[in-house]
Design a protein around this ligand. Structure first.
Ligand SMILES: [Zn+2]
Ligand SMILES: [Zn+2]
Length: 341
């Protein structure tokens, strides 16, 4: 039985969102339908609307920070039942048999371009269909809007901090105090790190310290020169242009620069410094299924929560505009006012 689902879609590259109804196919054996209550707006949704990655099809329904209630369950799904509250992030499925999937790094699946929750249609809608193994039961007591943001922004910063900063109380710097960065400051603080926030906005100092930063510095050449050879890990969460050389030199010898998010920039630096200081540069992409569950439990235990504002889903366009103009403080979550299915 097919179902008509209402949502909001961009009909072509660079077009605004407009009401859109699509016919949802019958569930696959491993799939669940989730009736959406909340969906966060991520910068990646906006880059998707611009087809920045070349992987989306139009009409494109964005949305991949989803919380909702399981409303239909495929025959082979285990561990989920109708009525369960779940969260869903950017990844909604994977091949489950490539070498990465087999060792529990599903986010690195060789077919990752076809694994998005956006496929065929994302979370700015009444419901979404994903593989049930990528729908995560949420801790009781965690507000749905909080969980929504953790599903992408949360896991994206948790994974590299867990991998490179969770042991030995290292000195960590977080470049960018925005949607990702303000969560990174909270996670790094909870991991026991000495945390520095690096931002180009002096006005963000007070809040950065509230989020868990021990220090705040401006992202200019002079300020960065004063913290030369200082950090074990620098987590880059911004999506603008940056002085990569100064950022890199702020690392200690053997230090690591981890990039999350997708900066519209070319990374430039002198390889000599990379070699003599044995710097590492790492990308980090969302997280695994196991990492997602661990992150949710950790966030709940440590009271980690995004600072956000709620908007009705019918104002998805206004929300997208606000995020694209960097006016969200620090995240927007759409509350569904569409008829649930
Ligand atoms: Zn995202
Ligand atoms: Zn795979």
């Amino acid at each position: 039985m097919s179902l008509l689902v209402k949502g909001f879609a961009a009909k072509a590259v660079g077009q605004p969102l407009e009401p859109f109804t699509y016919e949802s196919a019958q569930l696959g054996e491993q799939e669940v339908r989730v009736s959406i209550t909340h969906c966060g707006v991520c910068y990646t949704d906006i880059q998707g609307m611009e087809d920045h990655y070349g992987i989306v099809t139009f009409p494109f329904v964005p949305g991949h920070e989803i919380v909702g209630t399981v409303s239909e369950v495929g025959r082979a799904v285990s561990g989920l039942k109708e009525g369960d509250r779940v969260g869903i992030g950017w990844q909604g499925r994977s091949c489950m048999h490539c070498e990465y999937c087999l060792r529990g790094e599903e986010q690195l699946c060789v077919d990752i371009g076809n694994c998005g929750t956006w496929e065929p249609y994302g979370g700015f809608a009444a419901s979404v269909v994903v593989d049930g193994r990528f729908a995560y039961p949420l801790p009781a007591g965690m507000p749905s809007e909080v969980a929504a943001v953790l599903m992408c922004a949360g896991i994206s910063v948790y994974s590299p901090l867990r991998a490179y900063a969770a042991k030995g109380s290292p000195k960590v710097a977080v470049a960018g105090v925005g949607g990702l960065g303000h969560l990174a400051l909270q996670f790094a603080h909870a991991f026991g790190c000495e945390v520095t926030a690096i931002s180009s906005s002096p006005g963000k100092k007070k809040q950065a310290l509230k989020f868990g930063a021990d220090h705040f510095i401006l992202a200019d050449e002079d300020s960065l020169r004063q913290v030369r050879l200082n950090y074990d890990l620098l987590l880059y969460t911004s999506h603008g242009k940056s002085d990569w050389t100064s950022l890199l030199y702020s690392l200690k010898t053997n230090g690591r620069l981890a990039v999350v998010g997708f900066p519209d920039d070319q990374v430039m630096f002198d390889p000599l410094e990379l070699v003599v200081h044995q710097f590492s540069m790492t990308g980090s992409f969302i997280g695994s299924r196991a990492g997602m569950q661990e992150m949710l439990a950790f966030a709940q235990a440590h009271g980690i929560a995004p600072k956000l504002e709620l908007m009705p889903m019918s104002q998805a366009n206004e929300a997208v505009l606000k995020v694209s103009q960097n006016r969200a403080r620090y995240r927007i979550v759409l509350v569904n006012d569409l008829v649930p299915v």
